[in-house]
Design a protein. Structure first.
Length: 321
């Protein structure tokens, strides 16, 4: 009996030890889970705060750049539609040669460019002020502007002025497109109503409104086409004037200058002869009849003198002895 009680006490002691060990394992497992959960929460908090800090730094950078010329936010709003024009003034030695060179270069650099006019104004003998205007594509505008800005210095001239004007028509362009879209939608609705209208009064009213809308569409389309042309092609005006070195005559002896002066004198003399010839041709209506009259009178007098010569000779001869 005593052995049986000892055996039961041993079993109870073992069960108590197992139960305490299980409880300890559960406590340790709970602590491990709590620690993992805290670490996960901390990491998520760090990851959540990181974009906020990045966005804050980005916003601060954006505010810093806004103190400059243009903010990044304004550039990312939408496309810009610009109208540009360029005015270039140069002093060069030979304005006519430079005008020809620039015209050829612009036509080669931008095959879609067009010349809006060239004006030559003579200032001195063989010296001209040349004014040229071109319409170039917006894609080639920057290249042409850079070339013109450095042309005078590279060719022995002087750049006296370069003025660029820029007009932002983005609001006008976008507003015009929006108005055109709305009017076309209204046009379709009016056409649908007109096809289902039966009363004469309704037909006349819808037709009048449709006429007004179509007129507005035509005006807006014309304005939009004008804007498209102005933002696609930019105007460039070039003014060329002879430099002081070209206007100042050379004091030294030069074969080329002598040859040029002689050639100019020969051309001037030929022009005088041509002018006299033209005057003679124009007044030949009067000169030729007058010359014929003088010729006939002189011939008639000569004939009369020849007839009277024998009679005079006979009267002047002495009588025979």
């Amino acid at each position: 009996m005593r052995n049986l009680l000892k055996t039961n006490d041993t079993k109870k002691y073992r069960n108590r030890i197992v139960l305490q060990g299980s409880l300890g394992m559960l406590v340790i497992l709970a602590l491990l889970l709590a620690a993992c959960g805290g670490a996960t929460t901390g990491n998520s908090a760090v990851e959540t705060n990181a974009p906020a800090q990045h966005s804050a730094s980005s916003s601060s950078q954006g505010s810093t750049s806004s103190s400059g010329q243009t903010t990044k936010s304004s550039l990312s709003v939408g496309p810009q539609y610009l109208i540009k024009s360029l005015q270039v003034n140069m002093l060069v030695k030979d304005t006519r040669q430079v005008a020809s060179d620039l015209q050829s270069w612009i036509a080669t650099a931008d095959p879609r460019s067009t010349s809006a006019g060239i004006n030559y104004e003579q200032t001195y003998d063989n010296f001209y002020n040349v004014t040229m205007t071109f319409s170039v594509t917006s894609a080639q505008y920057t290249q042409i502007e850079e070339y013109l800005a450095g042309y005078a210095q590279q060719h022995g001239g002087k750049l006296t002025g370069l003025h660029e004007s820029v007009q932002d028509v983005s609001n006008d362009y976008i507003d015009t497109q929006s108005r055109l879209t709305n009017l076309r939608g209204e046009q379709q609705r009016l056409l649908t109503l007109l096809s289902h209208a039966s009363a004469l009064g309704d037909v006349l009213s819808i037709d009048q409104r449709l006429t007004d809308v179509e007129g507005q569409i035509e005006q807006i389309e014309a304005h939009l086409n004008s804007l498209n042309g102005q933002i696609t092609f930019y105007n460039i005006s070039i003014s060329l004037q002879p430099s002081q070195a070209a206007l100042t005559p050379s004091t030294g002896w030069s074969v080329s200058s002598i040859w040029q002066n002689a050639l100019s004198a020969a051309i001037a003399f030929a022009q005088v002869l041509a002018t006299v010839f033209i005057w003679l041709v124009v007044f030949s209506v009067y000169i030729i009849p007058l010359a014929l009259i003088v010729w006939f009178v002189r011939r008639w007098r000569r004939a009369q003198e020849q007839r009277a010569a024998p009679a005079v000779a006979a009267t002047t001869q002495p009588p025979p002895s």
